[in-house]
Design a protein around this ligand. Structure first.
Ligand code: BGC
Length: 824
């Protein structure tokens, strides 16, 4: 059982533990009959595998996802620490920090009884339109692989498994269940598979998740070549292969394709269907055994198989989740522009904080990565706590969304469940107006067999006086009552564009408007007649009570913000995307900031030259005013402590430590790859190797901000660079007035390239800290892969000898020193 590698356990001890696990797995397997074996390969419900007490096997529990551990329930009852978005984690360019994030997540998983975290997401930023761009790390496979390695190590050092996902080619969301991504061998190996390969080699993940999509004609859950030959065969992966949720679609194809576990259950293509296929001679029982071994090995590693020593017997020392979330956020913020040292703010000045997202912070992206933190520190909370009384004013300025959204601010809601006779069955708490019960995740006492009616009910205390709109999302019969008046009673039927996730991602429907008074509570109720789900295999109850506060004249809002900006020393505008812009389930159609936010920034910048814009978005957005403002700080989706970290960074208590993990275009039209929509089911990765900066280098168009860019609060001189074919030694000096951390980036550029390659690529990097005036020297190994390509003819990684220029750079656009080497 090679590959369980735990860095703090001596090799001999590890080998003995591996052997003990192998023995326990074999002993357990020998006791299982075919039906039990195939049952173990299928989810028993949304998140777990069946327990088999006869072999001492506990139920293995899995949970999303990259930035937190939701646990098996989609509610705020059992909150989770919410760390910054994966793009933010990658922006730290710090695998050790990713490792600490992983440790914290393992701690969260243990607290929630979760054995396997459904993360990290290591698909690439092929196009900025990718809906889950925020959930992936970077446009560069090397950076992605290193951050993913740190993350997986951290989680698994906490004794919790990972499923590196989505293997492979799930780089966009459009038609994700069916799209056939046509990817040539070189880009497949050199770009899309590379992070998975690096993580398998360096972090030995205990799991992967195979994607919905096809690659080159074969569905990934059935991809024998990529799973059995490449992942397991060439790379030596010995973990479990779990399908993405509902991705497994062929009993025999999946088994032959190396899929171990079909999720979720209970209705899957494995279980009884697989046992029947074996009995009919259509599937091979030896392959079933292989899959069962993989599952049992996972169980042994996480401590769910009696008699097998878990990889981690004692969990590591506890981490402070809030402190880590705050540190990580500050380390991820990327200062892309800072004219006249506008940041950090001069102490003692006044600040006008502007923008709806400054008050209602957007801390995470949408979809399965959603968790419910116990608290959220908004920019307004963070700055109010950090600045002296009277130094801060706030104005909304512009709202990024004029759509109804799940009832949230000012609402205290719960879900009341009744049977057909109107008897109370049970009640569940609700984080917002969104009911999202998947599988058996129902409030205590409630079952699908008895449930007839769900009422979202509670009070609403409006923040503003005026006309409030209420609405619904979801299918079925609804009755909406506010303040004792029935406002709507009707049925929402499935539209023409029937989408199974309509109730989750679909468009909101406005049902009524009502004048309400600020501070005066009203009763609200949305009754929903539950559909009969008793016969439906994958049970889910999803609908929402939606709300939209009074719409004010957008020009008046901007004028109010401008007045506040004029009266303050500094204007800080927080602009943001919304969950309808960045989420799982769909791709973006443009990169614009929604609503009147661009107008707001321009108007504020015209009124106050000291305008700082904070961009609260998980992936690139167009910033057409960027040269008109003093400073631009990208804060990503900063997690629950985002506002506290923002105060730290704006006031100079922390340096904005991030560097761009992906290129930010001036405009969508400039982005080299914008095709995310398949044609007749096929999405051609026609750009080959040229995604991200590899493509920008080729077109020569200047982006808004280059890969690797990020200013920090001090300045750096690059003093010397010495390079061999295996290592680079770089000396830098902190030439500014405060301590800082520089990310020294090394790019390799072939001189007179004998094979078609990008002009250069990231070869290695290192974080270096130095105090003011101090110099620091760092030795950075150059991975062998730097000088290799995937040779399709030889079917092997092949070294390309010749001359290379090694560039020591602050970003792709800011090379400081170069050295030439000859690689043999
Ligand atoms: C997502 C996965 C996720 C799974 C379980 C799927 O729709 O693609 O990333 O882990 O759901 O929530």
């Amino acid at each position: 059982m090679a590959g369980t590698a735990h860095p703090t356990v001596p090799a001999a001890e590890q080998a003995a533990a591996d052997q003990a696990r192998t023995d326990a797995v074999e002993a357990a397997l020998a006791k299982l009959d075919l039906d039990t074996k195939t049952r173990l390969l299928a989810g028993q419900d949304m998140w777990s595998l069946p327990a088999l007490p006869e072999i001492g096997l506990a139920s293995v529990v899995m949970s999303d996802g990259p930035i937190g551990v939701r646990g098996v329930r989609w509610t705020a009852d059992d909150p989770s620490v919410a760390l910054p978005s994966p793009t933010a984690l990658a922006a730290t360019w710090d695998p050790e920090l990713a490792r600490r994030a992983g440790r914290l997540l393992a701690q969260e998983a243990r607290r929630k009884g979760v054995h396997v975290l459904l993360a990290p997401t290591v698909n690439l930023h092929r196009t900025p339109l990718g809906g889950r761009h925020f959930e992936c790390y970077s446009e560069d496979p090397y950076l992605t692989g290193l951050i993913g390695t740190g993350y997986v190590r951290g989680v698994q050092e906490g004794g919790v498994g990972t499923t590196v996902k989505h293997f492979v080619g799930n780089d966009a969301e459009t038609d994700r269940f069916t799209v056939d991504n046509a990817i040539a061998p070189r880009p497949l190996r050199e770009l899309y598979l590379a992070p998975f390969e690096a993580i398998v080699e360096n972090a030995h993940p205990w799991g992967v998740m195979t994607a919905y999509n096809k690659v080159n004609g074969t569905t990934m859950t059935e991809h024998r070549y990529l799973v059995n030959e490449v992942l397991r065969g060439e790379w030596g992966f010995d973990g479990v292969n779990v399908s993405d949720w509902m991705a497994a679609r062929s009993t025999t194809g999946d088994l032959a394709g190396g899929l171990d576990v079909a999720m979720p259950g209970p209705q899957t293509v494995y279980g009884p269907a697989l046992a029947a296929a074996v009995r009919a001679g259509e599937a091979d029982e030896a392959e079933v055994d292989t899959a069962v071994r993989n599952v049992l090995r996972l169980a042994a590693r996480v401590g769910a198989l009696e008699g097998a020593p878990p990889v981690v017997a004692e969990p590591p020392a506890a981490l402070d989740g809030e402190a880590l979330a705050r540190e990580l956020a500050a380390r991820s913020f990327v200062l892309v522009r800072n004219e006249g040292e506008a940041l950090p703010l001069t102490p003692g000045g006044t600040v006008a904080l502007l923008g709806a997202a400054a008050r209602d912070a957007r801390v995470l992206g949408g979809g399965s990565a959603t968790v419910f933190p116990a608290r959220v520190v908004s920019p307004l909370d963070g700055l109010a706590a950090a600045l002296p009384d009277g130094a801060l004013t706030f104005a909304v300025g512009a709202d990024p969304s004029d759509e109804l959204a799940p009832a949230d601010q000012g609402f205290e809601l719960r879900a009341v469940c009744r049977d057909a006779a109107g008897n109370l069955l049970g009640e569940g708490s609700l984080p917002s107006g969104q009911v999202q019960w998947i599988g058996d995740d129902l409030p205590a006492g409630v079952s699908y067999a008895t449930l007839a009616d769900v009422e979202v009910t509670g009070t609403f205390v409006p923040r503003e006086s005026g006309e409030h709109a209420f609405g619904t999302r979801g299918l079925g019969a609804f009755t909406l009552t506010v303040d004792g008046t029935e406002l709507w009673d009707g049925v929402q039927l499935m539209g023409d564009e029937a989408d199974p996730f309509e109730a989750f991602f679909g468009a909101p429907s406005e049902r009524a408007r009502l004048h309400l008074t600020a501070g005066v509570p009203v009763e609200v109720s949305l009754r929903h007649q539950a559909p009969d789900l008793s016969e439906v295999p994958l049970k889910a109850l999803m609908f929402s009570l939606l709300h939209l506060g009074p719409r004010q004249d957008p020009d008046a809002l901007i004028a109010e913000a401008v007045a506040a900006a004029r009266a303050a020393d500094t204007a800080v505008v927080v602009v943001a995307t919304t969950e309808r812009v960045e989420s799982e389930g769909f791709d973006r159609t443009d990169l614009r900031l929604p609503g009147r936010q661009d107008d707001l920034v321009r108007a504020v910048a015209a009124a106050n030259p000291n305008t700082v814009v904070v961009v609260n978005a998980g992936s690139p957005v167009e910033l057409p005013w960027r040269e008109e403002v003093a400073a631009v700080l990208l804060s990503w989706f900063p997690g629950q402590e985002g506002g506290a970290a923002l105060a730290d960074v704006l006031l100079g208590d922390a340096e904005p430590g991030g560097r761009l993990p992906t290129t930010w275009p001036v405009a969508l039209a400039d982005a080299p790859v914008t095709e995310a929509v398949p044609t007749e089911g096929r999405l051609e990765y026609a750009e080959g190797l040229f995604i991200g900066y590899r493509a920008w280098d080729r077109t020569g168009t200047a982006p808004a901000y280059s890969f690797g860019h990020g200013l920090g609060y001090t300045t750096w001189a690059y003093e010397s660079l010495e390079v061999t074919a295996t290592t680079a030694r770089v000396r830098i000096r902190n030439t500014g007035g405060r301590p800082g951390r520089e990310v020294v980036q090394l790019y390799a550029a072939p001189v007179g390239d004998p094979v078609a390659r990008p002009a250069r690529w990231l070869a290695a990097f290192a974080g270096v800290e130095a105090g003011p005036g101090e110099s620091a020297e760092v030795e950075i190994p150059l991975p062998a892969r730097t000088f290799e390509i995937w040779d399709e003819e030889a079917y092997a990684w092949t070294r390309i000898p010749g001359a290379y220029e090694i560039q020591a750079a602050r970003s792709l656009a800011d090379t400081r020193l170069t050295a030439r080497i000859d690689v043999a």
